[in-house]
Ligand binder design. Sequence first.
Ligand SMILES: C[S@@+](CC[C@H](N)C(=O)[O-])C[C@H]1O[C@@H](n2cnc3c(N)ncnc32)[C@H](O)[C@@H]1O
Length: 446
Amino acid sequence: MNAAPHRPRRPERPAPRPAAPGLAVRRAAADAVDAVLEKGRPLEEALERLTRELDERDRGLARMIAATALRKFGTLRALIGSLLERGLPEKAGRVETLLVTGAAQILFMDVPDHAAVDTSVALAAESPASAGFKGLVNAVLRRVAREGKAMLPDVADQPQWMVDGWTAAYGGKDALAIAHALASEAPLDLTAKDDAAGWAEKLGGKLLSTGSIRLVEAGNVTALPGFEEGAWWVQDAAAALPARLLHAKAGETIADLCAAPGGKTAQLAATGAAVTALDRSGQRLKRLKQNLARLGLDAEIVEADAAAWKGGPFDGVLIDAPCSATGTIRRHPDVAWTKAPADIASLGALQARILANAADLVKPGGVLVYSTCSLEPEEGEKQVEALLAARPDFVRDPVAPGECGVAAEWINAAGELRTLPTHLPDADPRFAGIDGFFAARLRRRK
Ligand SMILES: C[S@@+](CC[C@H](N)C(=O)[O-])C[C@H]1O[C@@H](n2cnc3c(N)ncnc32)[C@H](O)[C@@H]1O
């Protein structure tokens, strides 16, 4: 029998080092932040793509890290700048993102500091551009962990051009307060189909003056009582006001011109009015249909351009116009970084075209509500001024304090609704605030 030929043994490779626990979650969060900041992608869309392989708990953690980093981005970037005497070289790759996401976890989230530091260092090591900065990432984040929130600078978290716009519209003091309020996490608001007081009690929530139900730390929304049976839907308390201002009722015809995904359509349909829900996006109308089906509500659905569509005339028309959405930055912190001044101008032009067409759809004596979830007067007050100047057959129908639970301070001198994220204060900050919304109610002369 031949002996097996002798082969020299291969030198043993060191076993690969196990990946730091939680690395994939942090990688997804940092990638999502980069997608927002560098490619202008919406955060939800980026997270959807980047967290597909993660389990539900890790998906939630990745979302929380990315959203916190973006919500506190101005403060965190200023903090990191102050800790780096010479700044970061252009070719440092994603080191700034790793420092911001790492510091967000250390300062604003309930995760162990060492996990935030170790995973940030491991992520730096992953790419040649940032590998040389591992030591710096480690040193900066350890210092952040040691010194804590005391070292945070008092600056706005949003881009300067936005803060300048709010300063011009609301004054410097209020602009900074708005910027700070937008950097806080928003509570969860619900609109009940009926019996809001009963549902507030069942859900352990707070019934607001406007009729919305407010919850904090509600967890998985779809697991809450009443979701399956379609008793309520998620809608910020300010977002629920424009539809309420129409005071729609059974026997009336209402057109909801920018309707998807249908929060306001649901409110209008729940009054018993005959509702036409129109939107340009077929994809978003699919979601509207699903939402109405869950709620057991009905509307005629039209896919069309609200700036050109002909129909009606209607007793009431609601325009919840496409806008920069700067009033919703608490809920969508990416908006601060994906919008630019040019967007305000182009959205303003679209809003003017939609308003001009919508005015023709209102019956004489009928009502037109124009709303946006924007803090920019160019998308609110100025649009209405321009329409009224062009259409003497329309007049403002002012909102009265107390109407629909609206506080006097939410109404401007012209009688229009102008909510700010600093409104609706609460001793418990988790319950405070409201989205920034604008709504004007106009009436067509008979
Ligand atoms: C602020 S969202 C509407 C939110 C909705 N009203 C709600 O409460 O759930 C604006 C909507 O306007 C739609 N939109 C944008 N341009 C449009 C146009 N020219 N005609 C009709 N809809 C348009 C978008 O597809 C988007 O669904």
